[in-house]
Design a protein around this ligand. Structure first.
Ligand SMILES: Nc1ncnc2c1ncn2[C@@H]1O[C@H](COP(=O)(O)OP(=O)(O)OP(=O)(O)O)[C@@H](O)[C@H]1O
Ligand SMILES: [Mg+2]
Length: 275
């Protein structure tokens, strides 16, 4: 079964999109390096801001007829075919495919509110095509909206990017609770919290170091820390250039940290979902 990673945190600006896009590309590269039989990875952008779509495809708003919005609004019997039609090849690598966002996704939540089965409008068509991909990575918007619920219901592995700041780490528990609510409330047992990604870590800032030490020492949360990404200007420059940080500067500290994270996720991919 294909692992479906979802980057989620209702806090804005914690590097969800940066992590989703670079992890998706990084997984493609690892799969290619090991000559895996299937090297394709699908990135799904559920955020109407479309940042993930912008950097990987050059366009942030793919509109009414060529985006995730189209899939959500399609007749259920056609939804998986529509999903395949709306998926585009990224500019980063031909094995990195993107189901892109549209600004209309903002309104889609209102349009679908109260529609029976609305929370499953992503997971159902995705289940039918997931086997085409070695992994799927979903980027979410900074809120626990219906759109994020749809993403969580479609996923097997929740990854939580957080910045090493006090309020972020306090909010971490509420993110984990929300994921557990989805798992239990919707009986979506395949979903697990698979990792915390500490982002924009600045070792020179004492508060960052203390919070990271506390997090790592925590008996439960400490074991979940899967990656520590340093603050690094190359990330912002890579965004401007619409490139992955790996390609922009393979030797920079963020590339090396994301490569380690991708290695951890690749290990998860060879384990059984739910193990
Ligand atoms: N390791 C890093 N070092 C420096 N800047 C970073 C790093 N990671 C992300 N950023 C910057 O932080 C900002 C927010 O990143 P990003 O858009 O990925 O966050 P997000 O969680 O997806 O935001 P939103 O909640 O708005 O969707 C961007 O300007 C990005 O360039
Ligand atoms: Mg984002």
């Amino acid at each position: 079964m294909t692992r479906i990673f979802v980057m989620t945190n209702h806090k804005g600006g914690v590097a969800k999109s940066t992590s989703a896009t670079n992890v998706a590309y990084g997984l493609v590269k690892v799969l290619q390096q090991v000559n895996a039989p299937n090297t394709r990875v699908l990135l799904i952008d559920t955020d109407s801001q479309g940042h993930g779509s912008l950097v990987t495809t050059g366009v942030s708003d793919h509109g009414r007829d060529h985006s995730l919005y189209t899939v959500l609004m399609a007749d259920r019997k056609d939804a998986s075919a529509v999903l395949s039609e709306c998926t585009v090849t990224s500019e980063w690598d031909e094995d990195l495919h993107v189901l892109p966002a549209a600004s209309l996704l903002e309104g889609a939540e209102r349009e679908l509110m109260g529609v029976p089965g609305a929370p499953y409008r992503l997971s159902q068509p995705l289940q039918q095509i997931a086997h085409h991909y070695a992994a799927i990575v979903i980027d979410t918007r900074p809120s626990f909206s219906l759109m994020t619920e749809m993403a969580l219901l479609a996923a097997t592995d929740a990854l939580i990017p957080i910045e090493p700041r006090y309020l972020e780490t306090v909010g971490l528990q509420s993110v984990i609770n929300k994921i557990h609510d989805i798992r239990e409330g919707w009986r979506h047992q395949a979903l697990q919290v698979s990792g915390i990604i500490v982002t924009k870590m600045d070792k020179r800032v004492r508060g960052h170091t203390e919070l990271l030490e506390n997090l790592l020492a925590h008996p439960v949360l400490g074991k979940l820390v899967l990656g520590i990404i340093p603050v690094n200007e190359a990330v912002a420059y890579a965004h401007h250039a619409h490139r992955s940080v790996f390609e922009y500067d393979p030797r920079c500290s963020a590339s090396q940290a994301y490569a380690e994270l991708v290695g951890e996720l690749a290990k998860l991919m060879v384990e059984k979902v739910g193990a």
